[in-house]
Design a protein around this ligand. Sequence first.
Ligand code: F6P
Length: 319
Amino acid sequence: MKKIAVLTSGGDAPGMNAAIRAVVRTAVFKGMEVYGVRRGFHGLIKGEIEHMDVKSVGEILHRGGTILNTARSDQFKTEEGMGKALNILRVFGIEGLVVIGGDGSFRGALDLSERGFPTVGVPGTIDNDIACTEQTIGFDTAINTVLEAINKIRDTVSSHERTNIIEVMGRDAGDIAIYTGMAGGAEGILIPEMPLNIDNLCRRIIEGRNRGKSSSIIILAEGAGKAMELERIIEEKTGMETRATVLGYIQRGGSPSAADIILASRMGYHAVELLENNIGNRIVAIRENRIVDFDIKEALSMPKKFNQELYDLAQVLSI
Ligand code: F6P
């Protein structure tokens, strides 16, 4: 394979630029031509494709977001949209595609693969909700961003002897909440994978107060509820002044951590190696610190397990 392209799709994530850089520079190193597609599948349909070289990805390693921009595309999900995309790839003579994104993006990658176009997915999303990989690009940076916010909120809740319920992203997964709740010493962690029991949570807050804890922090995964709605309920049930914080989009930005840059670089390199050997229809993953790959359909059918051990440990250590 001598001519490939790369695109970013879905929610952006810190480290995506490191993955783009790895794809471009590995391709150039291997004597391949490489093209960047702007705005994900939306841009692919419109032919927003530009040749890339070593210089195109200079000085982007430290930048969050994606230099190729990203977008969600309903048109790509239609036969007509898919046909236009395949036509554009043919017109440019592109033989393989790297898709950096989350599960929605990988369904697009599967559609292309099923139509005979070699496509490789690289898991880039802060949600860490791609079952085939132990970690997704962006997750490590996002949890460190959240931890910084928790520590700042810890100052004010202890000054006012309050409870603060902090809503974090993650879509339908609780990983951001579990990892940051653990690292931030939260008194409670509410995730979509566990039944929401407000009375149990309020009892923990009251028991903590009776043991001398004058303030509490609760981490709420967005898939488990709305902080603004739970704020009043918790205050009424515990009698403690309660405030809500919705962290929102700061979790998607920022300079990627070293861990994310290294993960993204390793995954991007592996994706190009697969295409170089005419292997498509794969999703790159990390398992026990080894970079591996799975059939896209198989990967998308794997059940997402949440980290029960970490969740349980966090409950013990935050008594
Ligand atoms: O998938 C990443 C993510 O940040 C989710 O955690 C969040 O629910 C969603 O994207 C927000 O989507 P949008 O950027 O389209 O508002």
